[in-house]
Design a protein around this ligand. Structure first.
Ligand code: C5P
Length: 223
């Protein structure tokens, strides 16, 4: 039978990563963090001093960069980029900005398409990103579009940053999030939008465990 797929798309700060990881673990399925692939290519482009205005060079980099996920029993896998542990570097704002720049290049998206498809193996796959249900795994039987209000996402981001000892006002974060939402929704290549057959889940004010239960129920309920 076909390998079952659950796609979870949505804006950053919607809780996608957290929810996807837990759901994949509960189901015993593989997990694809597609944002990490874009971040890895963005970081590799920086290391190689690649010309960001040369789509062919970026596509080559996207195709040839070796990206490995190592789960050594800990919750968060280490990410190796061309053999170098880049886990911490991938989480930085710089890597996020680099990812979003190279993600706008159609040739890069095409080059990463097969790398993402390769994650599809039995017994199943949870794929987390922006275009998992629309472009990369359109055949998925289970699709979630996870959202949260901009205010809630700003609050979550504020908590993450202050836990790390960084002080930024919620207001500044809110304005950044609103600007990024507008950019992501309006970009020509793979704009962020829900697949027509996705179930919209708004996580505003809902505890993680309740969102996990809701998503698991979609996958395990018959029909
Ligand atoms: O999800 P994450 O914040 O790690 O993604 C980093 C960037 O990679 C996003 O801002 C987006 O521009 C890009 N991305 C994408 N398509 C995906 C996943 C991420 O364009 N499927």
């Amino acid at each position: 039978a076909d390998v079952p797929i659950l796609t979870i798309d949505g804006p950053s700060g919607s809780g996608k990563g957290t929810i996807s990881r837990i759901v994949a673990q509960r189901l015993g399925w593989h997990y694809l963090d597609s944002g990490a692939l874009y971040r890895a290519v963005g970081v590799a482009a920086g290391w190689a001093n690649a010309d960001l205005s040369d789509p062919a060079a970026l596509a080559r980099l996207a195709r040839d960069t070796v990206i490995e996920f190592r789960t050594d029993g800990s919750a968060e896998p280490r990410v190796l980029v061309d053999g170098t542990d880049a886990t911490d570097e991938l989480r930085t704002e710089t890597a996020g900005a680099a990812a979003s720049a190279i993600a706008a290049v159609p040739e890069v998206r095409a080059a990463l398409f097969q790398k993402q498809r390769d994650f599809l193996r039995p017994p199943g796959l949870v794929a987390d990103g922006r275009d998992m249900g629309t472009v990369v795994f359109p055949e998925a039987a289970h699709k979630v579009f996870l959202s949260a209000s901009a205010e809630e996402r700003a609050r979550r981001r504020h908590k993450q940053l202050s836990d790390k000892g960084l002080e930024v006002t919620i207001d500044v974060l809110l304005r950044e999030i609103q600007a990024r939402d507008a950019r992501d929704a309006q970009r020509v290549v793979a704009p962020l939008k829900a697949a027509p057959d996705a179930v919209l889940v708004d996580s505003t004010g809902i505890p993680v465990e309740a969102v996990v239960e809701r998503v698991l129920a979609m996958v395990t309920s018959p029909g």
